[in-house]
Structure formats: C-alpha cells, structure tokens
Design a protein around this ligand. Structure first.
Ligand code: ZN
Length: 76
C-alpha cells in the first residue's frame, strides 16, 4: 500500500472537492447562458380569478390575461 503523510492526504482530498465544486459551477454557468430571460421573469397571481401567470418584463404590476385585473408581482 502507498503510504502518504496525513497533511498531503488532506490537501489532496480538499483539492479534489474544490475541483468538483468548480466544475459543477462552470456547468451551471454554461447552462444558465442558454436561458438568460428566465431570471428576468416576474410571476403574478391574480387576486380576482386566481390565475398564475408570468411575464418576461420587470414591472411591479401587470394585467391578468384571463380577466384583466391589475395584480402585484409575487416574485420578480
Ligand atoms: Zn384574473
């Protein structure tokens, strides 16, 4: 069996963990580049008819496409 000092083993394990996290972050960033508009969507829930809808505009309020009632954004 290969004998390794404990500090070298710890550095090796931490380096492997950081490398895995860096690769996952890179994959996440590359995947999010394909959908840049998803983060700009605002989600609304109509207080009149309960319809949930989303628009890719950054407005604080927007009209419900079903009944035309003006609603606040639940999440931007
Ligand atoms: Zn509505």
């Amino acid at each position: 069996m290969i004998s390794m000092p404990l500090d070298v083993l710890l550095i090796f394990l931490v380096s492997i963990s950081l490398l895995v996290v860096a690769v996952l972050a890179l994959i996440y960033n590359i995947r999010s580049l394909h959908h840049p508009n998803c983060e700009k969507e605002s989600i609304y829930e109509c207080s009149e008819c309960g319809h949930v809808y989303a628009f890719a505009r950054a407005r604080p309020m927007d009209r419900c496409p079903r009944c035309g009632h003006l609603n606040d954004a639940v999440r931007t």
